[in-house]
Ligand binder design. Structure first.
Ligand SMILES: *Cc1c(COP(=O)(O)O)cnc(C)c1O
Length: 463
């Protein structure tokens, strides 16, 4: 039996900071998964990153995606879950394709948009939902509360649909989601309820936070499912490993480009490299919310507030929640509010990581150029990723194997695509009937008293 990995809080060193009582203990994966965040509002990190020999990665050539997921997840979870249980979770979670589309020479787009809600968030949400079900107390219901501005809510909602012992309540801002996003959220049904709030995304997040700190709900087993949960980071290591194994020749390293907002996806690549995967460089382009590229260039961190509204709307983040993890991996500390307590090792960071801000103008030009030149269809997030890769290669010269991530399906952005290319992107199988679906969400005003009453009347405590 291998030794269990323990998880610590990124805030553990923060003595003498008003309002923070550093959490110096460590917890198991199960506890990190069910707690979501550390009690001092830091993020959980594994004490040690398991490494694998190069041969283990190379042996995944021609293997299924589930085989790669098993290799990575078992390295973290051995000792906490039975091997067959983990295998069953993975086989059930990953029942869709992961296309690697050639653009030119050995430059590829990895399409992470074939899951049920057509964004890469399906990969993490589906595995996390099943792990939560496996790790939760039998006989006691787990109540997941999520505030969403789009992709997270539908991915999480769909992932938990029909999962035993768990109920999900999703709050979204009525006026800030697209028509198709609203349909995706409202029509999940069963154990997943959508609450349409008359307010903004921040209001939804505040309602959820108030419920989490309300003593009346202490016995309700509330938990969150947003990207600060390590249970969502772990599955995001897998596709880097799998793609490298399929495309690498003789163990050569690859460059990955990961369009980033909260940097949870990019973190998956950083962990993959630290597990031993040959990653030449992690390129993590952003949209016009350029706080991270600016930090890498100048060494000064300044969040963008309020965040800028760009076409790649899932990346409109002015202070990324996963920055605390990225800093911690390079011996730095930044807190939830964006204050840097210890500057990370910048030389080391620059050796492994490159980041660049891509404007909306460059984003649309890239969508058009790549379609005209190669007949490869990108949506705004994927275009930021691809353009960032190009900028990096222009600086450094060519590297043969490069893989850029497409994080959403172009059909999620029909207006942008129609306007730029004059075509209507085909809906993926999972979204074929989306325009005909109709659901009726719970309608609430932005008022904690009303939300509280709604939860008291509707949450189930025991099975
Ligand atoms: C969430 C999201 C991103 C950003 O991912 P992070 O992990 O927050 O950096 C990029 N593209 C799409 C389509 C997303 O939904």
């Amino acid at each position: 039996m291998s030794e269990q990995l323990r998880y610590y809080s990124t805030n553990r060193h923060l003595d003498d900071i008003p309002g923070i009582a550093p959490f110096r203990e460590t917890v198991s994966f199960r506890e990190a998964l069910l707690m979501g965040q550390a009690p001092d509002e830091g993020l959980f990190m594994p004490e040690r990153i398991p490494t694998l020999p190069a041969g283990a990665f190379r042996a995944l050539k021609g293997a299924t995606y589930a085989d790669a997921a098993m290799l990575v997840a078992w390295a973290f979870l051995a000792g906490e879950i039975a091997e067959q249980t983990l295998r069953a979770i993975i086989d059930d979670a990953y029942s869709f394709e992961v296309p690697l589309e050639n653009v030119f020479a050995r430059k590829y787009i990895m399409r992470l948009d074939q899951g049920p809600t057509a964004s890469f968030k399906d990969f993490a949400a589906r595995m996390m939902a099943r792990l939560m079900s496996a790790f939760s107390d039998p006989g006691k219901r787990l109540n997941v509360l999520v505030a969403t501005s789009g992709d997270t809510g539908s991915a999480v909602g769909d992932a938990f649909k029909g999962v035993e012992g768990i109920d999900v309540t999703i709050l979204y801002p009525r006026g800030e989601v697209s028509g198709r996003q609203k349909k995706q959220l409202d029509t999940i049904g069963g154990n997943v309820r959508a609450v349409s709030v008359d307010g903004k995304f921040d209001d939804c997040q505040d309602l959820v936070k108030q419920a989490f700190s309300d003593p009346d709900f202490a016995s309700f087993n509330l938990t969150s499912a947003n990207s600060i949960n390590f249970g969502r980071i772990l599955p995001q290591i897998v596709y880097f490993v799998w793609a490298w194994a399929q495309l690498s020749r003789d163990g050569e390293p690859a460059i990955f480009s990961v369009p980033s907002g909260n940097f949870g996806d990019a973190l998956g690549c950083e962990y993959a490299r630290r597990m031993g995967l040959p990653v030449e460089k992690l390129v993590m382009p952003t949209n016009e919310n350029n706080e991270v590229p600016r930090f890498l260039e100048t060494g000064v961190y300044e969040k963008v507030s309020p965040s800028r509204s760009c076409l790649s709307n899932a990346m409109n983040v002015g202070h990324p929640s996963n920055l605390a993890r990225l800093f911690d991996l390079y011996d730095g500390t930044v807190d939830r509010t964006g204050i840097v307590h210890r500057i990370p090792n910048l030389d080391e960071m620059r050796k492994h990581i490159y980041s660049v801000s891509i404007s909306d103008r460059e984003t649309t030009k890239t969508i058009k150029r790549i379609y005209d030149q190669y007949r490869v269809l990108l949506e705004p997030h994927g275009a930021v990723g691809w353009r960032g890769l190009e900028v990096y290669l222009e600086l450094t010269g060519d590297v043969p194997l490069c893989i850029s991530l497409e994080t959403a399906h172009p059909a999620k952005f029909p207006d942008n695509i129609r306007e730029l290319l004059g075509i209507n992107p085909d809906l993926p199988q999972s979204m074929k009937d989306i325009d005909e679906r109709s659901g009726d969400p719970v309608l609430l005003t932005n008022d904690y008293g009303k939300f509280r009453k709604y939860l008291q009347q509707n949450l189930r405590v025991a099975d």
